[in-house]
Design a protein around this ligand. Sequence first.
Ligand code: NCD
Ligand code: ZN
Length: 351
Amino acid sequence: MNELKTLTLRRPDDFHLHLRDGEYLAAVLPFTARQFARAVVMPNLKPPVTTVELAGAYRQRILAALPGAQHFEPLMTLYLTNNTTPAEVRKARDCGFIVGCKLYPAGATTHSDAGVTAIEKISPALEAMQECDLVLQVHGEATQSDVDVFDREAIFIDRTLSILTERFPALKIVFEHVTTRQAVEFVQQARAGVAATITPQHLLHNRNAIFQNGIRPHYYCLPVLKREADRQALLTAATSDNPRFFLGTDSAPHAQHTKETECGCAGMFSAHAALELYAEAFEQAGRLDRLEAFASERGADFYGLPRNAGHVELERVNWVPPKHYQFGKDQLVPMRAGETISWRFRSEQPA
Ligand code: NCD
Ligand code: ZN
């Protein structure tokens, strides 16, 4: 059989992305804008993006940081806190550039100390989101100290998410960066209006990657990588024809010295090779034909956005990402640094 040499896709979107701010933003934004037409930009800045005003200002900084010729639409989301009001939610709906609100359980991940301490606290905001048709994006991990780090996602489903989906039956919910078989099964069986994003690292790696001949901080992200059986379940879901699973890279850049240290940050940077990494995963499953639906159709459909015009192309060419990219005054170690990737992003094709 002839090996496929090029792959043409409708221009894709990234439904879960960390862009940071200032010189870090300027350093990483071009990678995403090159491949994706739009991205949901996560609001976990310090301080977090909790109001429409802050989101509008952040959006302007993103647009200002875009290299001249690139077209890219940041889709903004508000960071939910115990104090988010229904009035702010309605304002978010009316502003036209906010697509949802992000739920970070307090203490779950990078910059989540302002997060929600109990679902009851945000019931009024969730009611308003349901009325306004805004999407709830959920970081689904239980943060109680007695919960094992590898069980955080499964326990969150039982203790919180299953209740939330029933208590707000018309709320659109994205279970972000799912990592376990339990999460896949939950999303498959949930009511209409529940979907999930999947990252490239969780499709390509299991938790052994963190401990390969020593401790590997660049494979540490949250939710943490899981077992091989979980990876297989994610790969099967992503490459199935189920419209509930779509692309969200969770590309999360951190300066090299903040990861290679005694208490390293969580997050993997994949924006430099996002589509290529997904292509490798889909090829592993023998389902390159499903990549376009996953990357360019299902997410837009779920969010009620038009699918993008224009196309992008990947070619089967080996290339090696550098050991690091410049990241403001710091350095950033990308996924697959110094190692071969077997697909390469070529260009944006005219619409
Ligand atoms: C993200 C970050 O660094 O902002 N880190 C990560 O490991 N994914 C936060 C997050 O999405 O949990
Ligand atoms: Zn994230």
